[in-house]
Design a protein around this ligand. Structure first.
Ligand code: ADP
Ligand code: MG
Length: 238
């Protein structure tokens, strides 16, 4: 478990500034949702947190330690993408175990971790199945399992539910919420869906053009949006 801090975080691609100095403090165990229109910098923020993009300026700290110069694998962070790739030729057990491929754990300890993870995600009866024998929601849980098996301090989700149909989406929303309640992990979750944001978040950061327009609980944003952009995004009657 860990807290996360972004301090004056800047990202430039060549001459173009896509993040203009983001400040965001996330408490240990908090569920923070980043929302905003396409292109506002949500994925870039997550990718920098994960170490997949270098920061052009500012600091990223996890558990009080500045991680800007750490490799992704040393950041104790797991990321679940929209186009989660699980391997069709591998069983659920091996797909989850793939998350431990660089781990120094013994084979026995890896197997224990895989089984504990499967248990939390209700995948135990499915460990010997191949992805083609699973439902969409079960496959998504396998992808989450592969991230979870390393016991990361922080989970990053980048629109993980966007490709699912409405019914599965609603179901997965509940699953993610349940997972958070169970693991008490720190989560940063990106979406452009305000219903998802309102139902999942402890706090929401509304982003526009590489800046955070407003940060607050769903109730705060709904009751006291700072401007019409936030009001419209949240759907409050201002
Ligand atoms: P979001 O996830 O909110 O839709 P992104 O973080 O993906 O937005 O992108 C933010 C901005 O940065 C966009 O204008 C996008 O075109 C630009 N961008 C993202 N990645 C790159 C890249 N590798 N090279 C150049 N520009 C990029
Ligand atoms: Mg994105």
């Amino acid at each position: 478990m860990a807290d996360v801090a972004l301090r004056k975080l800047v990202k430039r691609f060549d001459e173009t500034v896509v993040l203009h100095g983001i400040d965001l403090e996330i408490a240990d165990g908090e569920f923070v949702v980043l929302v905003g229109p396409s292109g506002c910098g949500k994925s870039t923020t997550l990718r920098m947190l994960a170490g997949l993009e270098e920061a052009s300026g500012g600091e990223i700290a996890i558990d009080g330690r500045v991680v800007n110069n750490l490799e992704p694998k040393d950041r104790n962070i797991a990321m679940v993408f929209q186009n989660y790739a699980i391997y069709p030729h591998m069983t659920v057990h091996r797909n989850i175990g793939f998350g431990l491929r660089t781990s120094p754990l013994s084979k026995v300890d890896k197997d224990r971790r895989i089984r504990e993870t499967a248990e939390i995600l209700d995948l135990t009866p499915l460990l010997d199945r191949k992805p083609s024998q699973l439902s969409g929601g079960q496959r998504q849980r396998v992808a989450i399992g592969r991230a979870m098996v390393r016991d990361p301090a922080v989970f990053l989700f980048d629109e993980p539910l966007s490709n699912l149909d409405a019914q599965l989406r609603a179901q997965m929303r509940l699953e993610v919420k349940r997972l958070h309640q169970r693991l008490k992990s720190t989560i940063v979750f990106v979406t452009h869906d305000q219903v998802e944001a309102m139902t999942l978040a402890d706090r929401i950061a509304i982003m526009r053009d590489g800046r955070i327009e407003q940060l607050g609980t769903p109730d705060e944003l709904y009751a006291r949006p700072v401007n019409t952009f936030v009001a419209q995004f949240i759907g409050s009657p201002s």
